[in-house]
Design a protein around this ligand. Structure first.
Ligand SMILES: [Zn+2]
Length: 145
């Protein structure tokens, strides 16, 4: 049962077949794939990331979407739904950006954030009624406060 982090449930769709990789009754496990630009020698530069089913969909996506000159890394979506491991991943992204050793193309970072937000539905607890009410006033505050 996903938590009420988002106003309504957002599936994490496989880039190839569209299956929801977070569904409790899913038939196949998924992964997040990161494509690393091998031309960037001094930093780890990621040019795209996406979610796919393990196996056939992963192979299809690599063939069609990933440059032959680059390499891919992956993270297991079942592992990322373990709360500690999810937090570790978020902290690792922050540390990588802070150190300057990791950079993401804009689209890649947006996609990664979108994937992490969707995964959070299965890793964070439900917000109480009081918290949801408090959130209404928090998000109504301007950013500069
Ligand atoms: Zn798939």
């Amino acid at each position: 049962m996903p938590s009420n982090i988002l106003e309504s449930y957002e599936p994490l769709k496989c880039r190839v077949c569209g299956a929801d990789l977070l569904a409790a009754n899913r038939e196949r496990s998924g992964i997040i794939v990161f494509e690393k630009d091998l031309k960037s020698k001094d930093v780890d530069k990621f040019v795209q990331c996406y979610a796919v089913c393990k196996g056939d969909c992963d192979e299809t996506a690599k063939l069609h979407f990933v440059s032959k000159e680059n390499v891919t890394y992956w993270e297991d979506l079942d592992d990322l739904q373990i709360p500690y491991y999810f937090l570790k991943e978020v902290i690792a992204v922050i540390n990588g950006l802070h150190s300057g050793k990791t950079i993401y193309d804009n689209n890649c970072l947006e996609e990664l954030k979108s994937i992490l937000v969707r995964i959070s539905q299965n890793t964070l607890r439900d917000q109480t009624k009081e918290e949801l009410n408090r959130l209404k006033s928090l998000v109504a505050l301007p950013d500069w406060l």
